[in-house]
Design a protein around this ligand. Structure first.
Ligand code: NAP
Ligand code: F7E
Length: 359
């Protein structure tokens, strides 16, 4: 198998040039390894890379009852490799076995709320996990290009918006501290070893495949259940928090573009607009014909975080200029898309709704 990638370059809005070069310069399919393939982003990224002709490996950890709803439709098109971000030797073996041109590191304990109750676990998986992966790549396959999933949570305590790549990180949760550690280690491996490692500082991005404990999906599922008469209330925490919410399938395209660039650089990926949790809630209820949500929503103080990021809005100018990336899904469309998908999911009896209970 050829070592490393042999095609790269500037790309247009549709990412056409990279694909053309892949066909003409290199007859074998490029190989990608995705950690976190079973998650929201991993599943959309796998679809995107398969469309582009990649051979896709997906790293999965052991489950007592394996159930991969986000990638069920892809199981005969991707190769799953067993490993865990907590275990260096399994990562080393996975990288050695796949010999990937590109690695997309998405696996993490990604829920900010849980990072307060499981801070050391979050530090180990979300933070040190990045170093385990970087070190295994450096040891056995250093030519691989690596995408590291960084996060806008890095800027949790920052007041100046919009936030770009130059903003000074101010993490205010154990999750954000772990992500900042991974972000910095990615820069260290780039600088110290000349490896092609980039971090995408992605602001919140959502979809019908979002985990059910995140607030957007919790609302879309809750509203759908209320509209269908299955539940009576949604319990929520801080409705005043504001986020820059984009659409996940568009964000995984940005990840791919970062690895096709000439130079490894970090990028902010965001819409540049922000909305509150309350606005999301109002729009979601409006969409099913409920104009006053107050009787269906209960504020549960146990869902308030010890410190919560009040507001985040990003500036994606660099990605637009250098990667030709720009988001197209607007906030209202995102809310409607998620509620419609959950109405459909819950209306279909064969779907395993019981597995989607929110915490
Ligand atoms: P997600 O849906 O929570 O997926 C997380 C993935 O990590 C899952 O596939 C999970 O596998 C895997 N994972 C967790 N612990 C693991 C371990 N010990 N070993 C191996 N795999 C493990 O997350 P996402 O929304 O797709 O986000 C992808 C990445 O971007 C994450 O790193 C997240 O922190 C980061 N990020 C997300 C956003 C966002 O708004 N979505 C924004 C910024 C950054 P299981 O199926 O086994 O649980
Ligand atoms: O919370 C508030 C909550 O958990 C958003 C992850 O993908 O994006 C995500 O982190 C806001 C917070 O996402 C509930 O307090 C109110 O202010 O959906 P979330 P997050 O914390 O922004 C970043 C960029 C990542 O990197 C993370 O991986 O909504 N909120 N009531 C609630 N949140 C939840 N989950 N549940 C509630 O009931």
């Amino acid at each position: 198998m050829a070592k490393g990638r042999s095609w790269a370059g500037q790309i247009d809005q549709e990412g056409k040039r990279g694909e053309m070069m892949a066909e003409t310069v290199n007859s074998r399919s490029p190989v990608a390894l995705i950690t976190g393939i079973t998650g929201q982003d991993g599943s959309y990224l796998a679809e995107l890379l398969l469309e582009k002709g990649y051979k896709v490996y997906g790293l999965v950890r052991r489950h007592a009852v394996p159930y991969f709803p986000n990638i069920r439709h892809l199981l005969n098109r991707v190769v799953l490799v067993d490993a865990d971000m907590a275990d260096f030797s399994s990562l080393l073996s996975a990288v050695k076995a796949c010999q990937p041109d590109e690695i997309y590191h998405l696996a993490a304990q990604s829920y900010v709320g849980v990072s307060f109750t499981q801070p050391t676990y979050t530090g180990d998986i979300t933070g040190i996990g990045v170093t385990r992966l970087l070190e295994s790549v450096r040891s056995v396959w250093p030519s691989a290009r690596i995408y590291n999933a960084s996060s806008s949570e890095l800027f949790g305590g920052c007041l100046a918006e919009p936030l770009n790549e130059e903003a000074t990180p101010e993490p205010i949760s154990p999750y954000a501290v772990a992500k900042l550690y991974g972000h910095r280690m990615a820069q260290v491996y780039r600088r110290a070893y000349g490896m092609f490692v980039v971090s995408g500082i992605l602001f919140n991005h959502e979809s019908p495949r979002r985990g059910p404990e995140f607030v957007t999906r919790k609302i879309s599922l809750g509203v759908a259940k209320i509209a269908l008469g299955i539940e009576e209330k949604i319990r929520l925490g801080n409705l005043d928090a504001m986020r820059d919410w984009g659409y996940a399938p568009e964000y995984v395209d940005a990840m791919w573009r970062m690895l096709q660039a000439k130079e490894p650089e970090d990028y902010v990926i965001a819409t540049g607009t922000k909305h509150s949790v309350r606005e999301f809630l109002e729009l979601a209820f409006e969409h099913v014909g409920i104009h006053d949500y107050s009787e269906y929503v209960e504020i549960d103080t146990s869902l308030l975080r010890p410190s919560d990021v009040p507001s985040l809005r990003g500036d994606p100018s660099k990605a637009r200029t250098k990667l030709g990336w720009k988001p197209t899904m607007h906030f209202e469309g995102l809310v409607r898309n998620m509620v419609d998908a959950d109405l459909k999911l819950i209306s279909e009896p064969e779907q395993m709704v019981s597995q989607l209970q929110s915490r």
